[in-house]
Design a protein around this ligand. Structure first.
Ligand SMILES: [Ca+2]
Length: 138
């Protein structure tokens, strides 16, 4: 190989490695059939990096009296509410136990941060309003 070709190859290798290092890996897209606005429940802390840890995420468009049916009962560690509605999250199934309201657009990256609520959530209720008026806010 001529000297020029060697240099070109080395430069191409450097450019390739720089390009790979600068490329942010995209988070997986929502599964087919899921609307753009959902209550997103994650089994790991920090929804933005949760996919690195192999955890699960479940998307809700309406209330659920038993999150175990979606295999995420007593397992939620972070959440995003991208709906225009407030939701109440409950400690137990069938809307029982401790209850806190998550207002429209609210995100909670770590359920340990308040209320000792990590791995506790067992049911959720979607409200007809965006605010948490009349409810105990998160
Ligand atoms: Ca529970």
């Amino acid at each position: 190989m001529k000297k020029n070709h060697v240099i070109a190859g080395v430069l191409a290798g450097i450019a390739l490695s720089l390009g790979m290092g600068a490329t942010a890996e995209a988070a997986p897209a929502q599964p087919d059939g899921v609307t753009a606005t959902t209550l997103e429940l994650y089994s790991d802390f920090d929804y933005d990096t949760h996919w690195l840890h192999g955890g699960v995420v479940r998307y809700f468009t309406d209330s659920s009296d038993d999150l175990e049916r979606a295999q995420i009962g007593d397992a939620v560690s972070s959440l995003k509410n991208t709906t225009p509605s407030a939701w109440v999250v409950y400690e137990h199934q069938d809307r029982k136990g401790a209850a806190y309201c998550v207002k429209a657009g609210q995100q909670i990256p770590d359920m340990r941060a308040k209320h000792n609520f990590n791995d506790k959530m067992s049911s959720v209720k979607r409200l007809s309003q965006a605010s948490c008026a009349g409810q105990t806010a998160w």
